[in-house]
Design a protein around this ligand. Structure first.
Ligand code: TMP
Length: 209
């Protein structure tokens, strides 16, 4: 189920998603109500699951266990926030969504992609954003940026550079698979320049309706 008012942002660590979401939310406000949210998380209960995932020892869980936790959090988030907001015709801007699971758990932690796709169908009925921005950055630069913040959510950041290079490669491959839905953006450039690229893509779709 593709939802045009649902826009997700994807990318590696330190790619600047949250900054871009804030800027887009301001610009979109004249086109209707906007909510900004994130995964894993977005509800009090899903944030509890987030804490389990993003903190602690790197190897505490297998990719499959992480996938199940992520889909538990996602289901709660969809039921309480995403679906009700879309039904009220609000714009939903989400920091990460299902492509993160395909990339982090599927491509980087070797979870069977078919398992993730099956779970996605069963749990979310294939709920899909109409537009996904993929912010692309060299992990050496991105990790430096995210480690600069007073960040305690370091479980994935602490994974190897090889892991983060796999993430980047997988996001770039996904971006190429559907150029209408995915917009790949070089995240190593001026924040306002990136925002202009994002805004132009959103406007194009608003005007096409
Ligand atoms: P953030 O750093 O963008 O806030 O995201 C938190 C971490 O969660 C990030 O390192 C990637 C990870 N993650 C997954 O591994 N799989 C997922 O499906 C999602 C949504 C996030």
């Amino acid at each position: 189920m593709i939802k045009p008012r649902f826009i997700s942002f994807e990318g590696g660590e330190g790619s600047g998603k949250s900054t871009q979401i804030k800027l887009l939310a301001k610009r979109l406000a004249k086109y209707g109500d906007v909510i900004t949210t994130r995964e894993p998380g977005g509800t009090i209960e899903a944030e509890i699951i987030r804490n389990l995932l993003v903190k602690g020892k790197k190897n505490k869980w297998s990719g499959v266990v992480e996938t199940l936790l992520l889909y538990a959090a996602r289901k709660d988030h969809i039921d309480k926030i995403i679906d009700p907001s879309l039904k009220k015709n609000k714009w939903v801007l989400c920091d990460r969504f299902k492509e993160s699971t395909l990339v982090y758990q599927g491509h980087a932690k070797n979870v069977d992609i078919n398992l993730i796709k099956k779970l996605d169908k069963i749990i979310t009925n294939n709920l899909t954003p109409g537009l996904t921005f993929i912010l692309d950055i060299d992990p050496i630069i991105g990790l430096k940026r995210s480690k600069r913040k007073s960040n305690t959510e370091t479980r994935y950041e602490n994974m190897s550079l090889g892991f983060h290079n796999k993430i980047r490669k997988a996001f770039r491959t996904i971006a190429k698979s559907n150029k209408k839905k995915f917009v790949l953006i070089n995240a190593n450039q001026d924040i306002n320049l990136i925002q202009d690229i994002i805004w132009n893509e959103v406007l194009k779709r608003i005007n096409a309706k």
